[in-house]
Ligand binder design. Structure first.
Ligand SMILES: Cc1cc2nc3c(=O)[nH]c(=O)nc-3n(C[C@H](O)[C@H](O)[C@H](O)COP(=O)(O)O)c2cc1C
Length: 209
């Protein structure tokens, strides 16, 4: 999955996400937010200027959101994205309303649409996480100026003694021993940490963000 394919999936296939912001007391708050549009540089969503949600967005300039699609856990894909936001205002509103005509049922008249304003998530990172595949599949992506985050575990090849204990405890069977030392298949790794816990040589390391 490329970045733009992930953003498209979020807008097109998932559409409604749960978004996290921080309230005036520093506590997390979540609410449902629809992803109205996307392009290669980010995601677009809208809100009404009278909402507490709007105040939180303006105050922090940051959002984190997750959307899930699937009939149950083992048939689901989740996409999470977090990053910086800016208010675009209402210049994009006609285009967004045309693409999401159901919004006219909620805000039916031009006068009522006056409350609406568009935000762009313009710089961020995210992850596609597919639990419907065995082994699981995960893909990280970034957009804007965001630098990729490195999470998970790797094997220091010069320290690995080839005992295969990590392979035995890996729930996804994603540790290769095709060469002498182990290699973790990053795109199938759950990040459970079992491999690091059992390695007698201390060869499994945690990736730094
Ligand atoms: C399916 C669904 C989608 C929603 N999408 C949006 C949205 O895109 N923008 C928005 O401002 N509110 C949306 N809402 C409503 C917000 O989740 C709701 O107004 C929330 O309470 C906002 O937080 P606040 O009460 O702290 O302002 C949606 C609600 C539902 C049920």
């Amino acid at each position: 999955m490329t970045t733009v394919e992930c953003l498209k999936y979020l807008q097109h296939e998932i559409h409604t996400t749960v978004a996290a912001t921080i309230d005036e007391n520093g506590l997390p708050v979540t609410c449902a937010v629809d992803i109205m549009d996307y392009d290669e540089s980010g995601l677009y969503f809208l809100t009404a200027k009278g909402k507490s949600f709007y105040d939180r967005l303006v105050r922090q300039g940051y959002i984190a959101l997750t959307g899930i699609k699937g009939k149950d856990t083992m048939h689901s894909v989740a996409i999470s994205v977090q990053g910086k936001i800016q208010e675009v205002g209402n210049s994009m509103l006609p285009q967004i309303l045309a693409k999401n005509p159901y919004m006219k049922k909620i805000y039916p008249t031009a006068e009522s649409q006056e409350a609406l304003t568009v935000f762009k998530l313009y710089e961020g990172s995210g992850e596609w996480f597919n639990l419907s595949k065995k082994p699981i599949e995960r893909v990280s992506f970034t957009f804007g100026e965001a630098r990729p985050k490195h999470k998970g575990y790797y094997v220091a090849t010069d320290t690995c003694i080839g005992c295969r204990r990590c392979k035995n405890v890996c729930p996804q069977g994603c540790i290769d021993f095709r060469s002498v030392s182990a290699t973790i298949q990053q795109k199938h790794c759950l990040h459970c940490g079992n491999c690091m816990s059992v390695c007698p040589a201390g060869a499994v390391k945690r990736l730094e963000e």
